[in-house]
Design a protein around this ligand. Structure first.
Ligand code: NAP
Ligand code: HSE
Length: 422
């Protein structure tokens, strides 16, 4: 064993601590696989007083790592967007390799970083789907293919919450608290719940698959925060599971990108992925469908991905960060033109004529009903109308919701969930 790779870790929290422990505990196998001794020289944190049970030197000054000439790789595990981007730029301009798990930063700055880095190594395997090696699958394993579509469960926290709510009848808040305790959630968990985190990951995958440069604000992103027991009951009744999905599809040169809760056939493989697990289906024009499954969050699973990047750097491999340059040929499909079937939940005054008013608005928007369930809440004189539609466009759905909201008999904002049949 001759060679040493010195690393500095900026952010020694859930993931940082697991990286340090895994490098210590699996040192022998990692050395055997790389012929290199990967050593953590320093860590940077915000609060030196927090108990961490570590022996590596810690400081609160990022420059201690950036300006250390002996450090070969900066591992950014602090989170956030702009401060982390500054760290990444400084690391690269100081001739260091960079490893990051920060999907939020990459969702905004991946193409700038690629430009700064050129062929210098940047690893970001941990940024999408925790321990699943999906970045390497897209960048290397499937690189002979045109990617026709990719779709799946990209956020562990929201899948964990949905599983707890649907299978264990736990309420939303307690399920979220548990996910935070287990180290799955982001520092700001609204990113998990609102679909934002899954959106960040989808954008990274879409760049690897299609060379498209889009930002979170450009794509359709909805979260799981409004799903309730009525939706779960309807889904059960009609054979669906409810999952937060990230979907990317290419048709001609248009890329459709969306993140939202979806009702999917209970018998599909993706419907059976529960708890913190993530799963992605990628369809290539040559290989057909491929499926990836594994822990989507948590210290150890994420450390496994971070260290796989370190091992690649230790082995001396490097290539263009995203695998290829931004493609001038592709554009984003407009949100309004996307098509789907939809589930509607309406709360209305329980009186005659209301159903006819709703039916009239649906007809004006050329939307036809599939299945329908009506429930009475007698003591409140409220009816819940739950129904699915045939395929229609986002534009028609938006118009329909706007018109429904104007009816006096509508008690709360209509809620929709898309139904994914493919
Ligand atoms: P975390 O537990 O909150 O740890 C963040 C660490 O960064 C802490 O040690 C914190 O210091 C430090 N830090 C934050 N801001 C800093 C600053 N301005 N200067 C110096 N240190 C700073 O977060 P985490 O769960 O490990 O996540 C880290 C990154 O990995 C994030 O980008 C996250 O999105 C990503 N990620 C996480 C997971 C997961 O399952 N947790 C999975 C995949 C990717 P203190 O400890 O002193 O507060
Ligand atoms: N908060 C993220 C999740 C961490 O729950 O999926 C993994 O990226």
């Amino acid at each position: 064993m001759g060679k040493i790779l010195n690393i500095g870790i900026i952010g020694v929290g859930t993931v940082g601590i697991s990286v340090i422990k895994t490098l210590e505990e699996n040192k022998e196998i990692i050395c055997a696989r790389t012929g290199v001794d990967i050593r953590v020289k320093k860590g940077v944190v915000r609060d030196l007083k927090k108990p961490r049970d570590l022996t590596i030197p810690l400081s609160t000054d990022i420059e201690d790592i950036i300006n250390d000439k002996e450090i070969d790789v900066v591992v950014e595990l602090m989170g956030g967007i702009e401060a982390a981007y500054e760290v990444a730029k400084k690391a690269l301009t100081n001739q260091k390799a960079l490893v990051t798990a920060n999907k939020a930063m990459l969702a905004y700055h991946r193409y700038e970083l690629q430009q700064i880095a050129g062929n210098a190594p940047i690893g970001f395997e941990a940024s999408v789907c925790g321990g699943i090696p999906i970045i390497k699958a897209l960048k290397d394993g499937l690189s002979a293919n045109h990617i026709l579509s990719l779709s799946g469960i990209l956020n562990g926290t929201s899948n964990y919450i949905l599983t707890q709510m649907i299978q264990n009848h736990q309420d939303f808040q307690s399920a979220l608290h548990l996910a935070q305790k287990l180290g799955y959630a982001e520092a700001d968990p609204t990113l998990d719940i609102s679909g934002g985190d899954a959106g960040h990951k989808l954008l990274i995958l879409a760049s690897l698959a299609y060379g498209i440069d889009a930002k979170p604000q450009d794509i359709l992103i909805e979260g799981i925060e409004s799903i309730n027991a009525d939706d779960i009951e309807f889904a059960n009744e009609f054979g669906y599971a409810i999952k937060l999905l990230g979907i990317a599809k290419k048709q001609n040169n248009q890329i459709e990108l969306r993140v939202h809760p979806a009702m999917i056939d209970k018998n599909k493989m993706i419907a059976k992925i529960d708890g913190v697990m993530n799963g992605i289906s990628v369809i290539g024009d040559r290989v057909g469908e491929t499926l990836y499954y594994g822990a989507g969050a948590g210290g150890n699973a994420t450390a496994s991905a971070v260290i796989s990047d370190l091992i690649e750097i230790a082995r001396g491999k490097s290539s263009l960060m995203l695998g290829f340059e931004k493609s001038p040929q592709v554009s984003l499909k407009p949100k309004d033109a996307m098509e789907s079937r939809y589930y509607f939940r309406l709360s209305v005054d329980d009186k005659s004529g209301v159903l006819a008013q709703i039916a009239s608005i649906l007809t004006q928007n050329n939307i036809s009903i599939g299945t329908l369930l009506q429930k009475e809440i007698k003591h409140k004189n409220i009816a819940k109308i739950l129904f699915s539609t045939h395929t229609t466009t986002e534009r028609a759905i938006k118009n329909t919701i706007a018109q429904l909201q104007k009816l006096d008999s509508i008690i709360e904002k209509p809620y929709i969930i898309r139904i994914e049949d493919e």
